[in-house]
Design a protein around this ligand. Structure first.
Ligand code: SF4
Ligand code: MG
Length: 336
């Protein structure tokens, strides 16, 4: 597909007392226009950093280097890391919008939901009347009663309603891209699934591009067109969702999927992949997965694997990906 956002050689480091901490390590990634891209990884894999990098929203004292480019339709590409404060403020709501982790608590408790919409419209010099009509439509599209929700204070809404109101708010200035970081993590499984199916409808109705960050691979199997699996602050594997589920090539992806009894199982029934996530101050040499990988050899310990092409759309950072299917069969009966 056509590229709407491009990340090249993006790294984020923090200066910590224990040493230099790399929480995003030379990531290359393209986001395609109108796709839903899932970014999956365990906590501390760098996936939230990747989300923040897309909006140049890395929190101090983190330092982001590399290139992030946004390609608006029929307009000059935007060098995101080159935007000044004012440009960035506009970019973040009007081009690429973000629903942060734990963002439900970002509603001001003493202000009605409507006030949040009005203030956002005012801050960006948007016509409030038109904007509030759009707000009503968005809320209706998310199966909320606009009158009731806009007139409510945050605490008067359930978690699921608040989350949907927040999605409506993030779309109020008509962004092309919506970046969501674990947007459903605080909700029960049923509500998570219903938000996912609402997102599917919203994505089609508004021609959105969605980047959905999560630790829960099964949750996004139906929603996403492609999935990127992150491990140790890098993208380990990227491909079309079906490929990733049926022919995962990276040992970590295979172990991650194997730890999921089936795609309908709730996340808390998953067995975690053995071993622990690497320390950002002390990332293993070579392939950072080698201490946990059943296929690791001396090559892996010494050389950081570049991207290998499984095919034109499926890429994997592993020296031995061609052997991974035999070494880590997905089911007992599986032979390939
Ligand atoms: Fe395992 Fe080596 Fe592949 Fe890394 S490069 S995932 S250690 S086989
Ligand atoms: Mg590396």
């Amino acid at each position: 597909g056509e590229t709407i956002m491009e990340i090249r050689n993006a790294s984020v480091s923090f200066d910590m007392e224990r040493g230099d901490s790399r929480v995003l390590d030379s990531v290359d990634l393209d986001v395609h226009r109108n796709e839903v891209l899932g970014v999956v990884g365990e906590s501390g894999s760098g996936k939230s950093m990747l989300a923040s990098a897309l909006l140049d929203a890395i929190v101090d004292p983190g330092v982001l280097t590399g290139d992030v480019t946004y390609y608006p339709k029929n307009e000059t590409p935007v060098d995101v890391l080159d935007l000044d404060k004012q440009e960035l403020k506009e970019f973040r709501w009007e081009q690429v919008s973000m629903v942060f982790q734990g963002a439900m608590s970002s509603f001001n408790p003493v202000r009605k939901i409507s006030t949040h919409f009005i203030e956002t419209l005012n801050a960006h010099d948007y016509n409030v009347e038109e904007g509030m009509e759009r707000a009503q439509q968005l809320l209706r599209d998310l199966y909320l009663d606009p009158e009731r929700v806009l007139d409510a204070y945050p605490h008067e809404l359930s978690g699921g309603m608040k989350q949907r109101a927040l999605i409506a708010l993030s779309l109020i200035l008509e962004p092309e891209v919506l970046v969501m970081d674990e947007p459903t993590a605080a909700l029960d499984l049923l509500m998570q699934r219903s938000i996912i199916s609402l997102l599917q409808q919203i994505q089609e109705r508004y021609d959105l591009t969605i980047v959905f960050i999560t630790h829960d691979l099964p949750l996004i199997a139906d929603l996403t067109d492609r999935i990127a699996v992150m491990y140790a602050f890098e993208v380990a594997e990227l491909g079309p969702t079906e490929e990733m589920l049926e022919r995962p090539a990276h040992p970590y992806t295979r172990l991650l999927l194997k730890s999921t009894p089936n795609l309908e199982s709730p996340i808390d029934e998953m067995q975690p992949v053995e071993g622990s996530a690497p320390d950002p101050v002390n990332v293993p040499t070579g392939c950072s997965f080698h201490p946990r990988c059943p296929l690791a050899d001396d090559t892996c310990k010494m050389n950081d694997p570049e991207a290998y092409n499984v095919d034109a759309t499926h890429h994997v950072h592993c020296h031995h990906w061609e052997e991974s299917a035999d070494a880590i069969p997905m089911t007992e009966s599986s032979t390939s």
